[in-house]
Write a protein that binds this ligand. Structure first.
Ligand SMILES: [Zn+2]
Ligand SMILES: [Zn+2]
Length: 410
């Protein structure tokens, strides 16, 4: 037998309605907030992620699915959704059209992760990207979309927020961090030793105890923000207060991707043990488009892991209603031609209908109807065929009625 590759998951027929619910919510939300869908390829040139996500990130340094294609090009399965969108925006000069450009995507992402709980090598993300706005109100718009998405599933995660500063103020902070960690780096984990050289900011969210302990006294970014970044953060927070979005400032929040500038955020539930995982995350990446060779264009966006959301809902005992049960099962004792006539007629009336295609007994047909959760069963025998009256059973109440097909109201 051939097994599924490690870190991947089948979405089985019994669970697919949950995914459809996620897609429905995402698409309705998109209409509500005027976001247009963008679909980019599953794989891109490796260079895009090296330049976009950043060489110093864990994703690029150890998690990418990279391979040579048959023409010896280096190809990478997308590890996240943002870089591909940025490439498409630049390549198609989308920012030459009306700004802001508000988009969403639903995409698989591939990362070579340790398959511990909640970490898959192929997972899916719902993401939003808003191009062309650098205002506090665009920050709030992005966060509102995310919170609205979650509220559709009956949850309200906390937003952890931080500012990573800008080109002007971040370098001084990085210097201060280097200076601080210099005398401690010998005691820290191997990853942090590497991060010290490649991306010292990442040390701040190391989960290793000794590193966490050392980080407690590290300088905080908020002390280094320039006046502009500080004012911008204050404005965003004031607007969030007014719009009722709950948040917490978290000076250690850095996110693992190099493209972030200014605002970064994570969606977490502090009550539930979710390992080290955020439910979703995002922020601002005002330099990404420029770094990928496009014209400078501010962007804010976020990604929400769909598997993680579904796992989280299960942890909280929140069930998603299965709206995909068949409306009517026709349990037939008449010949196939007459059965098909009735089934076709019912389907033309807009019902979802199923019936026996295995020539089974009436009893087995009822059993099957029960198993698949049919809402109604129509028994179709000689009497019904001759009288034109349908025998209808409501499977939830157990009540039976007779009616003509024209009078059917379910
Ligand atoms: Zn700044
Ligand atoms: Zn560490």
């Amino acid at each position: 037998m051939i097994n599924i590759p490690k870190g991947t998951k089948d979405i089985l027929p019994k669970d697919s309605y949950k995914w459809h619910k996620v897609y429905d919510v995402a698409r309705k939300l998109a209409r509500k907030y005027n976001l247009k869908e963008i679909m980019t390829p599953t794989f891109e040139h490796t260079e895009l992620f090296i330049r976009g996500v950043g060489e110093g990130s864990d994703i690029v340094s150890k998690e990418m699915y990279t391979f040579k294609d048959r023409s010896d090009r280096s190809i990478t399965l997308k590890p996240e959704g943002t870089a591909g969108v940025a490439r498409a925006v630049i390549e198609n000069s989308l920012y030459a059209d009306a700004l802001p450009l508000k988009m969403y995507y639903i995409t698989p992402c591939f990362r070579y992760e340790r398959p511990q709980a909640g970490r898959l090598r192929e997972h899916h993300q719902f993401g939003v990207e808003i191009y062309g706005a650098n205002t506090a109100v665009s920050d709030v718009e992005a966060l509102s979309i995310a919170m609205d998405f979650y509220s559709n599933f009956g949850v309200t995660p906390t937003v952890l927020l931080n500012s990573l500063g800008c080109k002007n103020c971040r370098p001084a902070y990085i210097d201060a961090l280097r200076e601080y960690y210099k005398s401690h780096i010998g005691e820290m984990c191997e990853d942090c030793k590497r991060r010290y050289e490649t991306n010292v900011l990442r040390i701040l969210d190391c989960k290793v105890d000794i590193c966490k302990e050392i980080t407690k006294n590290a300088p905080v970014i908020t002390d280094y923000l320039c006046d502009e970044c500080k004012a911008k953060l204050d404005e965003t927070l004031a607007l969030l207060d007014k719009s009722g979005v709950k948040y917490k400032l978290s000076s250690r929040l850095v996110r693992g991707i190099d493209y972030y500038t200014n605002l970064v955020f994570e969606f977490v539930d502090e009550d539930v043990t979710l390992g080290q995982n955020a439910l979703g995350a995002g922020g601002r990446y005002n330099n990404l488009v420029g770094e990928l060779g496009g014209k400078d264009c501010p962007v804010i966006g976020f990604g929400i892991g769909i598997e993680r959301l579904l796992g989280y809902l299960a942890q909280k005992n929140i069930t998603i209603e299965d709206n995909e049960k068949v409306d009517i099962y026709v349990a037939s004792m008449v010949d196939a031609a007459n059965t098909l006539d009735l089934v076709r007629n019912l389907r033309e009336r807009g019902y979802s209908v199923d019936y026996d295609i295995l020539s089974r007994s009436l009893k087995s047909q009822f059993k099957y109807a029960d198993k698949i959760g049919a809402k109604y069963v129509i028994t179709y025998g000689e009497d019904e065929l001759n009288s034109g009256l349908l025998s209808l059973k409501d499977m939830s109440s157990g009540k039976s009625t007779k009616c003509k097909i024209e009078e059917l109201k379910i």
